[in-house]
Ligand binder design. Structure first.
Ligand code: C5P
Length: 321
């Protein structure tokens, strides 16, 4: 049976980095938001053994390092199944840090494989497999607006914001996530020496708490417009920033310039996503978002206008067949 799924991207609304842990990962807090741009993943289960990855984009690995491969391998092992799994990745999303493409592809492979095999894995097993493969995978088990804790893999659904116009920008600038974490460590160490210890995790947590406290008991209204924008502004004005900007921007000034363009073009909020180099801007209207994307494209910077994707839409739109 062949199953096809949409594999949506994500952005980070704020990302606070804490201390390096004994396992080498950093404590962090972030708010993830899924967005409507996507890849398509086709999963087939046939007679035989092993996992085959097919992708026309040469930048996507087709060996055992591929995140889809790693998830499929774990699913088959967990279920003690011995068929052959064929995973075809139709890459539309930029192969770019910060947008979660590889992580999303892997989680949608898991959902597609469940359907192809006619089984439902225990939610704990799904979370275990996703977290084993990467910190940014589990958020895609939920979709919508998600709080990330731990090393990013502990996830909690937040009340969704209604869909908002967004511009996703993918400058051709490589950023290494492990290196960005090391650079953050050096910065935090220097500030500690100067008697200014960084405490962004607390600021972030207080901000999210203040935002959640301000939401009516009935939750977030489902209609968009001004109310959605106000809610978003409440969130981003509550001390929600991406710490990676402080190390990634000085090394790549062109990324800071993109953020300035988004702000000049009217973004309600603009930021680096994850450790980059993806950036995004949230806008009040689709027209403004389109205009900003066109402006960046004419400057030779790849940008696309889309919308944020709330949880219900994420689930409804995932399966194609
Ligand atoms: O979990 P993931 O594979 O996405 O992590 C990639 C790398 O990023 C890790 O090997 C680690 O160097 C760094 N990382 C970290 N702290 C986190 C998440 C990732 O130091 N919370």
């Amino acid at each position: 049976m062949s199953v096809s799924v949409r594999s949506f991207a994500k952005i980070n609304i704020g990302l606070a980095i804490g201390a390096k842990r004994a396992d080498g990962f950093h404590a962090l807090r972030t708010v993830y938001q899924t967005v409507a741009i996507h890849d398509v993943i086709h999963v087939d289960v046939v007679a035989g053994e092993g996992i085959e990855i097919r992708c026309k984009d040469a930048r996507v690995p087709t060996d055992a390092t591929n995140t889809c491969y790693r998830v499929a391998e774990r699913v088959m092992r967990t279920l003690r199944r011995l068929e052959k799994v064929i995973i075809e990745i139709e890459k539309n999303l930029p192969v770019q840090g910060g947008i979660g493409g590889g992580s999303s592809n892997a989680v949608t492979t898991l959902f597609a494989l469940e359907r192809a095999l006619g089984v439902t894995l225990d939610p704990h097993e799904k979370l275990r497999i996703a977290a084993e493969v990467g910190s940014d995978l589990p958020l895609f088990l939920l979709g919508g607006l998600v709080l990330g804790h731990g090393r990013g893999e502990e996830i909690y659904p937040l009340p969704d914001l209604p869909p908002l116009p967004i511009v996703i920008v993918t400058p051709a600038v490589p950023v290494s996530t492990p290196q960005a974490f090391r650079d953050w460590d050096a910065l935090a160490e220097a500030e500690l020496t100067q008697g200014r210890p960084s405490d962004t995790i607390n600021t972030f947590s207080r901000g999210v708490f203040a935002w959640l406290s301000g939401i009516a008991p009935t939750g977030v209204p489902t209609s968009g417009g001004d109310r959605a924008e106000t809610l978003l502004l409440d969130l981003v004005r509550a001390g929600i920033v991406n710490d990676f900007e402080r190390v990634v921007f000085p090394q790549n000034p062109e990324l800071r310039d993109v953020k300035c363009v988004l702000e000049r073009e009217g973004a309600v909020y603009a930021s680096l996503s994850g450790s980059g180099s993806t950036l995004y801007g949230l806008f009040s209207s689709a027209q403004e978002a389109e205009k900003a994307a066109t402006k960046l494209n004419t400057q030779g910077v790849p940008a696309v206008a889309t919308v944020t994707l709330p949880r219900a839409a994420y689930r409804e739109q995932m399966f194609i067949r």
